[in-house]
Design a protein around this ligand. Structure first.
Ligand SMILES: C[S@@+](CC[C@H](N)C(=O)[O-])C[C@H]1O[C@@H](n2cnc3c(N)ncnc32)[C@H](O)[C@@H]1O
Length: 247
């Protein structure tokens, strides 16, 4: 669903429910404080996983129910094509994770499409009935240490519009994505940039279309990082050392 459709959905939400004041809205949340945003996430997700969107702070584009097309748009990649290619070349059931899966529409769509060829695993702060149909749901804070049973078991990891809220997006959370990889062919696709309304800044948020010399780290023009097992341990440190425009 493209951005215009989302806006149309928002307008229809307002019209159908009549009263704009009931639009899910969390103006009190300071979007520049990752700890505070994290504290509010469970309640936001519990209440609005079905609505699919909320307004927090001044930023109105927080979605909770992105499908494959939404993920493809936000990440600037073709999610279905990536999964299709991996499924075709896989020697075993492909394990696909989604960090901050929200609703989790994207994983459900993939499961419907690829059935027994893939195993879909959602990660999020709280467990909802929406997660029941996943092959596995991992409840908890992705910035903390991982269950050792999950380490080295994933072929693909996606994360859409979630890392932007994490304090450790270029350290602990990023390293956890790498730890999940099963083989050297495993891949992660993660966008991380700030959202409208937030002033929290860092060097990478301003940088898109970055390619490390050996292509171990690629950031496309949508600000989506492609992570591999040989990606630098800390992308910010890497950038500081090697320079931003490494194309
Ligand atoms: C803006 S929503 C995006 C949901 C989904 N990826 C989408 O694009 O529709 C961010 C999601 O990340 C989850 N989240 C935030 N911080 C998290 C953390 N530290 N660990 C796991 N999940 C987290 C939230 O609960 C929420 O479901």
């Amino acid at each position: 669903m493209d951005i215009k459709m989302k806006q149309a959905q928002l307008i229809s939400y307002l019209l159908n429910r009549g009263d704009p004041s009931i639009l899910p809205h969390y103006p009190e949340v300071n979007v520049n404080d990752p700890i505070e945003v994290k504290r509010h996430f469970p309640e936001i997700l519990r209440r609005h996983a079905d609505d699919g969107f909320v307004i927090i702070g001044d930023c109105y584009d927080m979605y909770l129910a992105g499908d494959c097309e939404d993920y493809s748009t936000y990440l600037g990649i073709d999610v279905n094509r990536i999964v299709y290619d991996k499924v075709r070349s896989a020697r075993q059931v492909l394990r696909v994770g989604d960090v901050g899966c929200g609703n989790p529409k994207m994983l459900k769509e993939l499961k419907e499409e690829y059935g027994k060829d893939i195993e879909v695993v959602g990660f999020d702060l709280i467990s909802l009935s929406h997660h029941d149909s996943l092959d596995l749901f991992v409840e908890g804070d992705f910035e903390k240490s991982l269950d050792p049973g999950l380490v080295n078991t994933f072929d693909l990891i996606f994360s859409c519009n979630t890392f932007r809220y994490l304090a450790t997006r270029f350290s602990d959370a990023y390293s956890n994505v790498k730890r999940l990889f099963r083989t050297n062919d495993s891949l992660g696709f993660v966008n991380y940039s700030n959202y409208r309304g937030a002033t929290r800044t860092d060097e990478l948020s301003a940088i898109t279309s970055f390619v490390a010399r050996n292509q171990s780290l690629v950031v496309n023009s949508s600000g989506c990082m492609r992570i591999r097992s040989d990606s630098p341990d800390n992308p910010l440190e890497y950038l500081k050392k090697h320079g931003a425009f490494d194309l």
